[in-house]
Design a protein around this ligand. Structure first.
Ligand code: C2O
Ligand code: CU
Length: 461
């Protein structure tokens, strides 16, 4: 499927741009990238404890202006580093004047910590969230999941990268330490004074791409290999990434951690909610070379460059990408088949799953613990050209096929979010193995979720 086909969204569904809004807020590649140091936990017996206050903060995102954001501890794009087998406990204190609910996207999380709307934290309240971290290493992310408010909360800044490591992965000779870099990608629309412009349906005129909260930054790198952990925290923007010289890079991981084998590629899709991990070897470019990372999925009036790598020094490089990374577990033979049709209802403007909008008081499906299921995700919006995705909470899945054809090598790993282009379908296999209770599954295009595209499952023994 070409990016152009995925991009086809008819104008009738799109809110027009408003006047008085800055189109491109900063000239590209004039701001340095920030690589946030991981937040420091209190390391208590057996677990890591954090206090995350959700609060408004004035931060400098665009040169010469300040922007009021909704933040964790006053920061944009913070990072948490966790180790497998060491639980993380977060005390979340809500100093916003809107409700907040914390969800660890991709986490195998007990129900009471999963961010279900019934557990949301009201203004002035607080709550403990516990993440067992018993799953394999992966790049996860924390974001708001409050009822009918999370699209705006995430847009205004409530997204953190959560890197989970484990021994298996640490033993591999992949780039580590300062050469292992989280890159949170998203878009935004700014007024000239730096204020964020918010419009739930305005996905196609958020022309400023932010990387770790910096507008189209440059990043000074050494002439060696880097591991880049790409996280798409945008409400609705896909990225289709290429290096400016069209050269190969190595795709090593996705939502649920490392792929079975590295996949050399020249182009990589990153849809909202997804993570992709790549290794780029800057040693093939000499010191002094500048290399742009392009997004080729463009809305009207946009240019491709989203960040630039400036090769500024030599460095020793003991790292390499091994031929085998990490096998994907066998999930067994599916005993249950389900079908989910994702569709837009032009009569009401709602987005539906199997003809119905989300209802917190309705259980839509009842999976059994340990029983593998096959889900067919049908995008019923061929005529409207709207892409949808499926993100079940709680466990990762495998993509079995797309339109009946086996997935590409880069989709052979564990996933937790799959995007299905308009009019197409995908089949996935999922097995819930650790926790029981009420969980959600939904499209990760955030205006769609807010307009109803979510269901509820009760997992039981
Ligand atoms: Cu990132 Cu319920 O989702
Ligand atoms: Cu959708």
């Amino acid at each position: 499927t070409s990016a152009a086909a995925l991009a086809a969204v008819p104008a009738g569904l799109v809110t027009g741009s408003r006047s008085g809004v800055a189109r491109a807020a900063a000239s590209p590649f004039t701001t340095p990238l920030t690589v946030p140091a991981p937040l420091r936990p209190w390391r208590l017996a057996g677990h890591d404890f954090y206090r995350l206050t959700t609060e408004e903060a004035d931060v400098g995102l665009l040169p010469g202006t300040t922007t009021r954001i909704r933040s964790f501890n006053g920061r944009m794009s913070p990072v948490i580093r966790a180790e497998r087998g060491r639980p993380v406990i977060i005390e979340q204190v809500n100093r916003l004047d809107v409700p907040f609910s914390m969800h660890l996207h991709g986490g195998h999380t007990p129900q009471t910590s999963d961010g279900h709307p019934m557990h949301q934290v009201e203004p002035g309240g607080s709550r403990l969230f516990r993440y067992p971290n018993e799953q394999r290493a992966a790049t996860l992310w924390l974001h708001d999941h409050s009822h009918e408010n999370h699209a705006e909360n995430i847009y205004r800044g409530l997204a953190a990268t959560y890197i989970l490591t484990d021994d298996v992965e640490e033993r591999l000779p992949l780039p580590k330490g300062r050469y292992d870099v989280p890159l949170q990608l998203r878009d935004a629309k700014f007024h000239d004074n730096g204020r964020l412009d918010w419009d739930l349906h305005g996905f196609d005129d958020r022309h400023t791409v932010l990387v770790n909260g910096r507008p189209r930054p440059y990043f000074e790198v050494a002439a060696r290999k880097y591991r880049l952990r790409l996280v798409n925290t945008a409400n609705e923007r896909p990225f289709v990434l290429r290096l400016g010289d069209g050269e190969e890079f190595t795709h090593i991981g996705t939502d649920g951690g490392l792929l079975p084998e590295p996949v050399p590629t020249r182009v990589l899709q990153l849809w909202p909610g997804e993570r992709q991990e790549i290794v780029v070897d800057f040693s093939r470019y000499g010191v002094g070379r500048r290399l742009v990372l392009d997004n080729t999925y463009l809305f009207d009036g946009e240019t491709p460059g989203i960040m630039r790598f400036d090769v500024v020094r030599e460095a020793r490089d003991p790292s390499r990408v091994p031929d085998r990374l990490r096998p994907v577990p066998d999930l067994g033979t599916s005993a249950v088949e389900r079908e989910f049709t994702m569709s837009f209802d032009p009569g009401t403007g709602r987005h539906l799953i199997n003809g119905r909008p989300f209802d917190m008081h309705r259980v839509d499906i009842r999976p059994r613990l340990g029983v593998p299921e096959t889900w067919k995700i049908v995008n019923g919006d061929g005529q409207y050209g709207i892409p949808h995705s499926m993100h079940p909470h709680l466990d990762a899945f495998k993509i079995l096929d797309r339109n009946g054809k086996p997935p590409a090598a880069g989709e052979a790993g564990l996933k937790d979010t799959v995007t299905v282009p308009a009019g197409e379908y995908a089949r996935i296999q999922v097995r819930f193995t650790e926790h029981t209770g009420l969980y959600m599954y939904h499209c990760h295009m955030l205006s769609h979720v807010q307009m109803g595209m979510m269901g509820q499952m009760e997992v039981s023994r």
